[in-house]
Design a binder for this molecule. Structure first.
Ligand code: FAD
Length: 467
């Protein structure tokens, strides 16, 4: 049995508890060298995602330090960095937790081959999902297209019990040099600046655990009834922690069961699983219409209406509130995501990929699978999609899910003598080049709700004849 160090390559798995790779590494008794690499895959993430990953690394590095270890930071191509570190430390194995998006998978396959070619052991572990994407299959061995059928099959599987966090970690006699996290300037591309987002984000495993306990103790019982109301803090708020692996889905699953269960909440976690299942079977989910018939749909490319949408200046208050919420907080309520996405793809007839890119740049909980599935679901081009003719009416959605206007008041400053601080924050955070002024009149609607709906339906009818 070798006693040479193992390089533990951390990516989106920044936690100690229920971490299969870390658990196994500690059991091996070998010295462990935790590593994070700023490589082209991470550099390809959106501005908010890069920044939030950096926040996660900072807190995770401190958690490792509290156990006598370190997080070694290096920048470069992963295969080269790992080979270099192996040379410096004598490590002969590299372990990591699996990622499932195509960019990460392609990299990992290449890294594994390079390491093995150099005589090193490379091993990957589960942990990001409850179930491996291929573990749930139809009787014919194919992927599911409908969530309900997928989830019926998946919920029969047992995700197992969470693993405990390790105590002290065994460490090498000397540490390789680490780069400085601040020098990576992961927040450099944020338009709103780091201080704005930091105000709305509490990174790290302890914060994730507190959020989960708070949800189960106080909000879970009303989740099914209140989860659609964006002015309320009625959902778990766990998405960004799941994105960076600061909590495992299995921990959420098991703690929810221990707290008495919550089928609706767990089925939402199931949508996250389903997104990865879809992505596994359709790796182009973030670029290509899942249903290729939609390639002939007359989407508009990027345009002035889409720019107004990005800026939260469409003149449709519920939609603008949603876009402004995302700009300031890095998050957007699920109901608001659906309405904002519907508005862009239906009322403004703009290609869903224009919206997907903006979300990918602005969301601190950006997830390559959930974002792609969400956009295709709303646009109508996905497998388990809202039918295209189901056009969310932004006015009736607002009446139903923001009945007293609290959400819109929180985010729209114009026309108010004493706007909500968050509504003002949007104007402070927006780039100067946008020349936004909270004292100015609120923009006139770019399209009346009924007219936008009709335009969308007309385009749909034309497309059906082309199919
Ligand atoms: P809760 O309601 O508390 O749900 C618990 C968990 O279940 C979430 O944390 C999330 O991991 C998962 N979940 C809930 N709803 C969905 C869903 N519809 N699809 C997939 N997983 C879900 N979610 C992301 O995590 N990242 C994204 O980039 C993302 N982009 C989206 C884009 C669009 C157009 C749409 C319509 C939805 C998108 N979602 C995305 C899904 C959903 O909006 C968020 O997961 C949810 O708002 C997060 O809030 P929460 O943690 O309080 O959720």
């Amino acid at each position: 049995m070798s006693d040479r160090p193992i390089l533990l390559w951390f990516r989106r798995d920044l936690r100690l508890a229920d971490h299969p790779m870390l658990h196994e590494a500690v059991r091996s008794g070998r010295p462990l060298i935790p590593v994070a690499i700023l490589d082209p895959v991470a550099e390809g993430w959106g501005a908010a995602a890069r920044w939030r990953w950096g926040e996660g690394l900072r807190v995770f590095g401190a958690a490792l330090a509290a156990r006598g270890a370190r997080l070694v930071l290096r920048r470069g191509l992963a295969a080269e960095v790992l080979a270099q570190l192996a040379g410096e430390t004598g490590a002969e194995a590299v372990w990591w937790s699996r990622a499932y998006d195509p960019a990460a998978r392609a990299r990992d396959v290449a890294v594994k081959a390079a390491l093995r070619g150099a005589g090193m052991a490379a091993r990957s572990f589960p942990g990001h999902l409850l179930f491996e994407p291929e573990a749930v299959a139809t009787g014919q061995g194919t992927g599911y297209k409908l969530f309900s059928a997928y989830w019926r099959a998946a919920s029969r599987l047992d995700p197992g019990r969470p693993l405990p966090a390790p105590g002290a970690l065994s460490v090498p006699a000397s540490w390789p040099a680490s780069e400085d996290l601040a020098a990576w300037r992961l927040g450099a591309a944020l338009r709103a600046g780091e201080d704005v987002l930091r105000h709305h984000s509490a990174p790290g495993e302890a914060a994730a655990q507190a959020r989960l306990s708070g949800f189960l103790d106080t909000r879970s019982a009303r989740y099914a009834e209140r989860r659609d109301f964006p002015a309320e803090d009625a959902t778990s708020g766990l998405s960004e922690y799941l994105t960076y692996g600061e909590v495992s889905p299995r921990t959420i699953w098991s703690e929810t069961a221990r707290a008495g269960g919550n089928a609706k909440f767990l089925s939402e976690l199931g949508w996250r699983e389903f997104a990865y299942h879809l992505l596994h079977h359709a790796p182009g989910l973030a670029q290509d219409n899942w249903n290729r018939d939609w390639d002939r749909f007359p989407w508009r490319g990027d345009n002035a209406d889409a720019e107004a949408w990005r800026r939260g200046m469409t003149g449709e208050p519920f939609v603008d509130a949603a876009l402004r919420e995302m700009y300031v907080t890095g998050r957007m309520h699920n109901r608001a995501r659906m309405v904002a996405a519907s508005y862009l793809t239906k009322h403004l007839r703009t290609d869903w990929r224009v919206g997907l890119d903006w979300f990918a740049d602005c969301l601190t909980d950006w997830d390559p699978a959930a974002n792609a599935m969400g956009w295709q679901w709303v646009a109508g081009s996905g497998p388990d999609a809202a039918p295209y003719f189901r056009v969310f009416n932004p006015v009736t959605q607002a009446e139903k899910f923001d009945p007293d206007g609290a959400y819109r008041r929180r985010w729209i400053a114009e026309g108010r003598a004493d706007p909500h601080p968050d509504a003002r924050a949007y104007f402070q955070a927006a780039p100067r080049a946008w020349a936004l002024d909270p004292q100015a009149a609120y923009p006139v609607r770019r399209v009346a709700p009924a007219e936008g709906r009709q335009r969308a339906l007309d385009a749909y009818e034309r497309w059906k004849t082309l199919k």
